[in-house]
Every structure is written in C-alpha cells, then in structure tokens.
Design a binder for this molecule. Sequence first.
Ligand SMILES: [Zn+2]
Length: 169
Amino acid sequence: MKQGIPDTIKLFKFASRSLIFSQSYQVKDFPRISKLLSNQASTVDVKLSFNLEEGRIPCIKGEIKLDAALTCQRCLDEVSIHLQPKFQLAFLQNEQQGETLDASFETILNADEEFSTIEFITDEVLIMIPMTPMHDYECASYQDTQPINQQKCESPFAILKQLKNTTQE
Ligand SMILES: [Zn+2]
C-alpha cells in the first residue's frame, strides 16, 4: 500500500513493515536544494521503499525525479537538467553485517533510527547536481565568448593609453 512520506524516517520500524511511500514535493520544500535552483515551484517526485534484508538489515530503495534549473557555466543562461537519482542503501550496525549482502547495496554504518526525510532526500539529490552545469549543445562558441574576454583584458590598458595621449598633448 502506497502512502505519503512521513516527515521523519523511522528506519527499523518502516523496514520491518516493508512500507512503501511516494510523494510529490516542490523544490522549495528542500531548503538546501532550493538555494541552488531557480525553479522553486517545480515538482520533486520521491518514491521510497523499506525492507529488511536477511531479516535484520534495514534497507531503503529510492527513486527521485526532478528538473534542476541551473546557470549554464558557458553562456550564463538557464539550463534545465533532469536528475533521477536512484539508490539502494543498507544500514548496518557493523561492517561484518554487510559481508553477505548483495553488492548492489550502498552501505551506511551506524545510522540513527530516526532522521529527517527532507534532509535524507536532500543529500541524495545534492550529490547529483553537476558542479559546472552546461547546455548539452554548443550554446556559446569560441567566437562568441572571445570579444567579452578581450574587452575585460584590454580595457585597463586602453584607459592608460588614452590618459597618456591627453597628457602628452
Ligand atoms: Zn549555455
């Protein structure tokens, strides 16, 4: 049975009941993500399913979908990047516990039994946001960017030259 995601994840409790949640949030519901994106009202779809592996290891399988409106580092216009982080986490009490676990699990040691759903989702999204987002086409060619760079470099000298000319006259 599917239901909305509670504000607090209760790891062992949810896992032992094999609960499945899904919910649509907005970018602005995640303070640390909304600082980076300009599409505040955009939808963030989240699906989380909990289960106990080997009858004792709480696991979360999740899928998040969102569009991130970022600033293209080449042309400085907005670029929308579709992010779809998927993860499969196993929460272990010690490393030995994970030895027989399927290799597809990412393991986390010594997690709290309860933690914030928003913070948890935020961490999974943040690692997917590219450091230098760019359009996937040539949004700004070499020729386009050249004059801007030249202007920046040459202007101090241009001013100096002008000053020199006026004092000489
Ligand atoms: Zn661009």
